[in-house]
Design a protein around this ligand. Structure first.
Ligand SMILES: C[S@@+](CC[C@H](N)C(=O)[O-])C[C@H]1O[C@@H](n2cnc3c(N)ncnc32)[C@H](O)[C@@H]1O
Length: 431
C-alpha cells in the first residue's frame, strides 16, 4: 500500500490558542505552545509552574531541577523565561519526547524539509503490516496502519539523530493515539477491545502536528534565543553524579504510591516503534529503571518487606511504615489478587528517600522545593505519604516542610471497597 500525504500551508494550520487556565492538570497544557506537542496524562499544569517560579522570584541567575521530569513541563516553562533547567527522567521514551520538545530552537526550515522528505519517502515505502504484534493490529484500521508504517519506514531510512530527525520522530509518536481506533483508559492505558468515535486520519494528523510544531517553534524563537534546558535520561535515585551545577529550586511531582504503572504508559507507542514486543519486555526495557510505585514492580523484583524495613533509608519513618506494611501484609491474605502492596509501599519509601539524598547533594543550602503529591490507601490501608516524604526530607538534610492540601481525591483503586478519604496537595520543603 502507498501513502497519500501532502502538507498544509502554514496559513491553514490550526492557530495557537494560548488561553490561560487555572486548574492543575496536563490537559490545560494542550493549548500551550510546545507543551501541547505530546500529551502526557501524568503531567501537571504549566501555569502552576509559572506561579511557583514567580513566587520564588526565580530568574536567569538560578537553576531549576525536576527529578521526575516526565514530558518536561518544568523545563519548557523555564525555557520560555530564559531560566536554566535540568530534567531527570528514567522512562527512556518519555525522556526522548521531553528532549525533542526542548529542540524547539532547531531551524524551522530544516525541520520542515526533514518532515517533507519523510512524507516523500513514505509514499515510496510499501507497508508491511503483518510484522506488527496483535496490540497494534487490533488498534488500527489497516489503511491507517499502512500510512503510519510507511512514515515509520521513511523515518528510519532518513534518521540521522539530528534535532530535526527527533522532532519528526516526536510528530509521528504524538499522533499514534489520535489515529488509533482503540480507547484509552485513564492515565493512558490503551484499551484495544474498546473502540472510540473520533479517529484521525494519519496523513492529516501528521501534517497538522508538523504545522503546529512549526508554529510553536516560530512563537518560541521570536521570544527566546536558545533552550537552556538539559534533559538527562537516568534514574533520579542515583542522579547526583550527572548534575554538575548547584540547584536553587526543585519543582516536581513523583509517581504516587497508587499502583499506577508508568512503565506501561507508553507501551502502545513503544510497540509501534518495535522497541518492545509485548507485556513481558516492559520490565527489562523500562520498569526496572523506575522507582517502585506499582505492585507489578515489587512482585517482579520479589521484594522482601522485612529487608526493606531494615534499611537505614527508611529509619526516620520506620515505626509507622512497619505498622502499615504489616497491616497490608495481613489484609492481602483476605483478597483474591493478593497484591504485593506491602512491599510496594516499603520500596516506594526507600526510593523516595534515595532521591531526597541525591537532591540534598545537588541543591545549594537554602534551596526551595515544591512537590505535588497525593497520599494513598491500597486495600484501604492509609499511607500518609506527604508526611513520610517530609520526614525523609528532614533526615536527608533539609530544614523544614509544610503541606498544603489542594483537593480531596477519590483515587480509583480498581474494585476498591474502601472509603478512606484521600487528598492531593503541595509539599513545600526548604533548606
Ligand atoms: C508524575 S510524572 C511527572 C510528570 C511531569 N511533571 C510532567 O509534567 O510531565 C512522574 C514521572 O517520574 C518518572 N519516574 C519514575 N521513576 C523515576 C526515577 N527513578 N527517576 C526518574 N524519573 C522517574 C516517570 O516515568 C514519570 O514520567
Amino acid at each position: 500500500m502507498k501513502t497519500q500525504l501532502t502538507f498544509f500551508s502554514e496559513a491553514e494550520a490550526p492557530t495557537a490558542n494560548l488561553k490561560a487556565s487555572r486548574s492543575g492538570t496536563f490537559l490545560d497544557n494542550m493549548s500551550l505552545p510546545i507543551h501541547r506537542w505530546f500529551r502526557y496524562s501524568a503531567g501537571f499544569s504549566a501555569q502552576w509552574v509559572e506561579r511557583v517560579l514567580d513566587d520564588w522570584q526565580i530568574d536567569s541567575r538560578h537553576i531549576v531541577l525536576d527529578p521526575f521530569a516526565g514530558s518536561g513541563t518544568v523545563s519548557v516553562v523555564c525555557d520560555t523565561r530564559g531560566i536554566r533547567s535540568i530534567g531527570i527522567e528514567a522512562h527512556p521514551v518519555v525522556a526522548r519526547a521531553c528532549k525533542a520538545k526542548l529542540s524547539w530552537a532547531t531551524l524551522i526550515e530544516r525541520f520542515s524539509a526533514f518532515a517533507e522528505q519523510t512524507v516523500k519517502s513514505a509514499k515510496l515505502s510499501p507497508a508491511a503490516l503483518s510484522q506488527y504484534p496483535s496490540l497494534i493490529q487490533r488498534s488500527f484500521d489497516p489503511d491507517s496502519l499502512a500510512v503510519l508504517d510507511s512514515l515509520k519506514t521513511a523515518w528510519f531510512s532518513l534518521n540521522d539523530e539530528s534535532h530535526e530527525s527527533e522532532l519528526v520522530w516526536l510528530a509521528i509518536t504524538a499522533v499514534l493515539r489520535a489515529c488509533s481506533k482503540a480507547g484509552t483508559a485513564q492515565w493512558q492505558y490503551i484499551l484495544p477491545n474498546k473502540s472510540k468515535a473520533n479517529v484521525a486520519f494519519p496523513d492529516i494528523a501528521f501534517r497538522r502536528q508538523i504545522e503546529m510544531m512549526k508554529l510553536d517553534m516560530r512563537w518560541m524563537q521570536n521570544r527566546v534565543k536558545e533552550s537552556l534546558g538539559e534533559v538527562i535520561s537516568t534514574d533520579a535515585r542515583h542522579c547526583s553524579d550527572s548534575i554538575t551545577h548547584k540547584v536553587d529550586a526543585v519543582i516536581t511531582s513523583p509517581p504516587y504510591a497508587n499502583n499506577y504503572d508508568y512503565a506501561d504508559a507508553l507501551r502502545f507507542e513503544m510497540t509501534f516503534w518495535g522497541e518492545v514486543n509485548g507485556w513481558g519486555d516492559i520490565h527489562d526495557k523500562v520498569r526496572k529503571y523506575l522507582m517502585v510505585s506499582s505492585s507489578q514492580h515489587s512482585s517482579h523484583d520479589k521484594l522482601d518487606a522485612e529487608s526493606l524495613l531494615s534499611l537505614s533509608m527508611v529509619e526516620p519513618i520506620r515505626k509507622e511504615l512497619t505498622s502499615v506494611v504489616h497491616e497490608l501484609s495481613r489484609v492481602r491474605e483476605m483478597h483474591g489478587g493478593k497484591k504485593n502492596y506491602h512491599t510496594m509501599v516499603a520500596a516506594y519509601c526507600r526510593d523516595i528517600s534515595l532521591v531526597l539524598h541525591q537532591l540534598r547533594r545537588v541543591c545549594r543550602k537554602g534551596a526551595k522545593m515544591c512537590w505535588v503529591i497525593g497520599d494513598s490507601a491500597p486495600y484501604g490501608v492509609y499511607c500518609p505519604i506527604e508526611k513520610w516524604i517530609g520526614e525523609l526530607a528532614l533526615a536527608a538534610g533539609f530544614d523544614s516542610y509544610t503541606f498544603k492540601k489542594l483537593r480531596d481525591r477519590n483515587i480509583k483503586w480498581k474494585n476498591r471497597k474502601h472509603r478512606v478519604p484521600l487528598k492531593e496537595g503541595l509539599l513545600w520543603i526548604e533548606g
